[in-house]
Design a protein around this ligand. Structure first.
Ligand code: GDP
Length: 294
C-alpha cells in the first residue's frame, strides 16, 4: 500500500539527510520533491500545494535549520501535515435511533456489498442485532450476493426479489426491523458504473424516506482522482457523513486517501483492505500518515 509514494517521499527526505547543514534553498527543493511525489500519487494539485506550503512554513517556524536532527524534525512535520490532511483523529459512526439506519451508497463495483457485510459482522461482534437490506433492484445477483454474505456472518438479510421499487423495500425493511427488535439496519443500495440521474434520485428518495442516522459513501481507492470527483458528486446530492475507502490492499497510489477529506470536507471513517469479512479497519489518519512515511 502506497509503496511508490513512500519511496518517493523517502527519496525527498534523503536530499536533506545528506546535507551537513540545512538551508532555505535545500528545504525549498525538498518541499518541491514532496509536492511532486504527492501529485504522482494522484493527490490533487491544490491539496498538494497547500500541504507542502504548510510543511515549509512549519519547518521555518520550528527552526528545522538549526535543530540537532533537522532531517528527523522535518519528517515529523510532514507526518503531522499528512495526518491533518486526512482529518486528524479517527471518526465514529452515528448509530442513533431504534433501529439506527445506515445507508450505503457508491458506484457499482466500489465494494458496497462487501463493506455492508463487513460492517454488519463488525457490529454483530459488538453484540448488536443487525439487519442487512438488499436494495439493488436492478441486479438479482446483488441480492444473492448479500444473502450469501448474510448467511456466512449469521446476519438476517431483508430482500423483496419481486419488488422493483427500492424506496418501498427500504421503508418495509426498517418497519420489519422495528418489529423484530433489531438495533441496526444497514441498507445496501444499487450502484451504476457511472453517476447517473436515475440512480441519484432513487438514493435521494431512499434517504428522505428512511432518514438514516449515518450515510456512508463507498469508493474504490484504485480509481485515483476519479474517486475524489465521484465523492464530490455524491456529496452534493446526499450530503453523506463519511467515506469508506476500499481496495487499499491493491496497488493504490493513495491520492484518494489523501485528498478526499480536504476536497469533500467529509471524514474517511473506514478502510477496506481485502475481500474477506474481517478485512475492515477503522481509518486512523495518524496511523495512515506513519504508514505512508514508512
Ligand atoms: P458493489 O458493486 O459496490 O456492491 O461492490 P462489491 O462489494 O460487489 O465488490 C466488487 C468487487 O470488489 C468484488 O469482487 C469484491 O470482492 C471486491 N472487493 C471489495 N472490497 C475489496 C477490498 O477492499 N479489496 C479487494 N482486493 N477487493 C475488494
Amino acid at each position: 500500500m502506497f509503496q511508490n509514494l513512500q519511496d518517493k517521499l523517502n527519496g525527498a527526505f534523503k536530499t536533506l539527510k545528506g546535507k551537513g547543514r540545512i538551508t532555505d534553498v535545500n528545504i525549498a527543493s525538498t518541499v518541491k520533491e514532496i509536492r511532486r511525489a504527492l501529485m504522482d500519487a494522484d493527490v490533487n494539485y491544490k491539496v498538494a500545494k497547500d500541504v507542502t506550503d504548510r510543511v515549509k512554513q512549519e519547518a521555518l517556524d520550528r527552526k528545522v535549520m538549526i535543530a540537532v536532527e533537522p532531517g528527523q524534525l522535518f519528517v515529523k512535520i510532514v507526518q503531522e501535515q499528512l495526518q491533518d490532511l486526512m482529518g486528524g483523529m479517527a471518526q465514529t459512526v452515528n448509530l442513533k435511533g431504534s433501529p439506527a439506519v445506515v445507508l450505503i451508497a457508491g458506484l457499482q463495483g466500489s465494494g458496497k456489498t462487501t463493506f455492508s457485510g463487513k460492517f454488519a459482522a463488525y457490529l454483530k461482534k459488538q453484540g448488536k442485532q443487525v439487519m442487512l437490506v438488499a436494495c439493488d433492484v436492478y441486479r438479482p445477483a446483488a441480492i444473492t450476493q448479500l444473502q450469501v454474505l448474510g448467511e456466512q456472518i449469521g446476519v438476517e438479510v431483508y430482500a423483496e426479489p419481486d419488488n422493483k421499487d427500492a424506496v418501498s423495500i427500504a421503508k418495509n425493511a426498517v418497519a420489519a426491523a422495528k418489529v423484530k427488535g433489531k438495533s441496526i439496519v444497514i441498507v445496501d443500495t444499487a450502484g451504476r458504473l457511472a453517476v447517473d440521474e436515475v440512480m441519484m434520485t432513487e438514493v435521494e428518495n431512499i434517504k428522505k424516506t428512511i432518514s438514516p442516522s449515518e450515510i456512508l459513501f463507498v469508493v474504490d481507492s484504485m480509481t485515483g482522482q476519479d474517486a475524489v470527483n465521484t465523492a464530490k458528486t455524491f456529496n452534493e446530492r446526499l450530503d453523506f457523513d463519511g467515506v469508506v475507502l476500499t481496495k487499499l490492499d491493491g496497488d493504490s497510489r493513495g491520492g484518494a486517501a489523501l485528498s478526499i477529506r480536504t476536497v469533500v470536507e467529509k471524514p474517511i471513517k473506514f478502510m477496506s483492505t481485502g475481500e474477506k469479512m474481517e478485512d475492515l479497519d477503522i481509518f486512523h489518519p495518524d496511523r495512515m500518515a506513519s504508514r505512508i512515511l514508512g
